[in-house]
Ligand binder design. Structure first.
Ligand SMILES: NC(=O)c1ccc[n+]([C@@H]2O[C@H](COP(=O)([O-])OP(=O)(O)OC[C@H]3O[C@@H](n4cnc5c(N)ncnc54)[C@H](O)[C@@H]3O)[C@@H](O)[C@H]2O)c1
Length: 298
């Protein structure tokens, strides 16, 4: 598969794992010049044996490159561990210092909100000796691919988010991702892109947990929970209308939602089935209702 490209970019992919390899390969197929970098000799060997260039360190040419950072950012209940991210940024910073050209560091790794401001930019500035926005630029393109479909999703993304402070950087990244299709959302706020990515994952996790909770309740009354979930995924407005409930700052009300939520929580209690997602839903709704000004009535 190969697609004609108007202006090929020099692309360096740092971290040629699931995300980096899929992104790099999709960019290669669009005619860009892509070099992979990976710290693992095993991974480098795998890519080289498949005919892809893969080095241990970043090599920057005399023309501007887009350096995509796709290294792991593990997290646990105590928070994110950015050790690997910092190490790769330190290395990239040293390479920026030695280069005569101005490059764009594009972070694709998942970051906690404010990591670009607090870790990415300060580390690159310290190790390059230059200022972001003057000596080099930083952008974010958070990744939404599904691991088992990494290449197929990179070839045909349904959503691409691009964040960069400078307009010319946003335009340059938009130009390389537009040919892939799908929606593109652009912002000048890195924290918005960081929050979109973690909200995206939390939304999927919350939806899965909701139906797991309902599955337990269904089992307690001897009903096939998959049948319930399958029907509700087509009956509930929250599933069929992409705008329904997609907002913040106002509580739900009306004749049915608060009453039937109370009723279902009480029913689950009679069966001894714990429903923490439903309880959290009620708690959040009550706290949002308490802070929302009541509607003006004449
Ligand atoms: N896997 C997914 O489906 C997916 C989807 C969305 C976002 N993400 C995010 O993307 C990032 C990368 O995830 P992944 O699944 O591709 O990880 P991965 O473990 O598959 O690949 C990471 C690669 O980086 C290499 N690496 C580690 N340290 C390095 C360093 N200092 N320099 C160069 N290479 C280094 C590793 O050898 C490995 O090949 C993470 O932040 C992850 O949360 C992953």
């Amino acid at each position: 598969m190969s697609v004609a490209v108007v202006s090929p970019e020099n692309v360096v992919i740092v971290g040629a794992g699931t995300v980096g390899f899929a992104k790099g390969r999709a960019l290669l197929e669009h005619g860009h010049c892509v070099n992979f970098v990976d710290s693992s000799s095993t991974r480098r060997g795998e890519l080289i044996s498949q005919g892809f260039p893969c080095d241990e360190g970043v090599e920057l040419g005399s023309t501007s490159s887009l350096i995509f950072v796709c290294v792991p950012t593990p997290a646990s209940s105590v928070g994110y561990d950015f050790t690997i991210l910092r190490e790769s940024l330190e290395h990239i910073g040293c390479k920026l210092a030695a280069s005569v050209s101005r490059h764009v560091v594009v972070v694709c790794s998942t970051l906690a909100p404010r990591t670009t401001e607090r870790v990415v930019i300060p580390t690159l500035e310290k190790f390059s000796g230059g200022a972001e926005g003057e000596a080099f630029d930083v952008a974010l393109v958070p990744e939404f691919i599904r691991t088992p479909h990494a290449l197929e999703d990179s070839r045909a993304p349904w959503m691409t988010v691009i964040a960069a402070r400078r307009n010319d950087v946003r335009s340059r990244l938009t130009a390389i991702f537009e040919p892939f299709g799908g929606d593109i959302r652009v912002t000048n706020e890195s924290v918005a892109a960081e929050l979109i990515k973690v909200t995206h994952n939390a939304y999927n996790a919350a939806k899965i947990s909701f139906f797991n909770e309902m599955n337990r309740l269904a089992a307690a009354v001897d009903v096939d929970g998959h049948f319930v979930a399958e029907v509700v995924s087509r009956s509930a407005e929250g599933s069929t209308n992409p705008n329904y409930g997609i907002r913040g700052g106002s509580a739900f009300g009306g004749a049915c939602l608060p009453k039937d939520l109370d009723g279902l929580i009480a029913f689950a209690e009679t069966l001894g089935v714990e429903v923490p997602v439903l309880e959290a839903t009620r708690w959040i709704n009550q706290s949002v209702a308490a802070e929302t000004p009541p509607p003006v009535t004449s």
